[in-house]
Write a protein that binds this ligand. Sequence first.
Ligand code: BGC
Length: 376
Amino acid sequence: MRMNFKGFLFLMVLALFTMVAAACNSGEEGGSGSGSGSGVDVGIVLPTKDEPRWVQDEQRFKDALADSEYSTEILFSQGSSAKEKENVEALLNKGIKVLIITPHDGAAAAAAVEAAKKDDVTVIAYDRLITDTDAVDYYVTFDSLAVGAAQAQYLVDNAEGTGVPLYLYAGASSDNNAFLFFQGAWEVLQPKIADGTFKIANSSEAEALKDTKELDRDQLSKIIGQVTTNWDPNESKNKAQTHLTSVGDDMKGNVAILAPNDGTARSIADVFGSDSAVTDYLITGQDAEKASIQYVIDEKQSMTVFKDVRTLVEDAMGMAVEVLDGNEPETTGSYDNGAGDVKAKQTDVIVVDKENVKAELIDSGYYEAGDFTGLE
Ligand code: BGC
């Protein structure tokens, strides 16, 4: 092919344009940092944008990465294990060295992280453990047993009298955390069910196990299977409506509700709040989502468990950087994921209710006062 000078110049400009565009693209989807070339060093995969909890994590990752020397990319799986696997593959194609991943489904994600391991990528499970695979190198997490225990303790400390109807709800069975939260809660609630402080209102499976303090995985599965919310506010609302329709007034009045997180708590609280035979309710939550902080201020949700996502992000990125720098990350314990022990770094949680909401979340700089109304 013969080319004149103008044609040559045109091709040069086109080539330059393509190079600039490629360089810009590599930072998309929340990518940041100056990066090392056009590849991505750390891939981050989060479960869904539909829950504020994970949008919070995305924002905290972006804040933490603003001046990182490594390049990163954040992808969301939108509640689909297939999409999650595609995301991991896309990141592997970009040459990541470390994968930070919160699985949508802890067992189904094994295939995705095994693909990463084959590429010599270090896998860090973030907040949710990936189960039954040896392809997980590290786990950064909050103390999930303590989350459940704190929720239950709040109900125990604030319930008045005896024979208080107790409504139990749990997270998704596909999430290992749902087991830890429920187990932590049950160990605190069970003695108080046994001594008559509470009477179970909505779970025949829990009723059948009410004399057993330490439940095994199968027993937990039975209860969770019956009272799961699947982490879905709509499912929570439907279940709460069904429960209130099927009980008599002896299971209403002043009630206590174990709700596993903020999204489900708000839905369940709305249902209980609009039943005229429910005179008052105590309800738990977790995540300190802004909408729930407003509910706490408005006394529509009793408490939330504040999990400072900044710490988790710092721990995960700290581990990733150690790995990239060729060092062994520091860990504080381990979790059995069914295939063996995974080295873990664990963070504590804080109980927040109307009394300390301002001190813990506003004065600490986590949220701004202007985001809420009626804050004292
Ligand atoms: C997380 C919670 C979250 C829930 C639903 C759990 O694994 O630990 O913070 O509310 O998933 O997304």
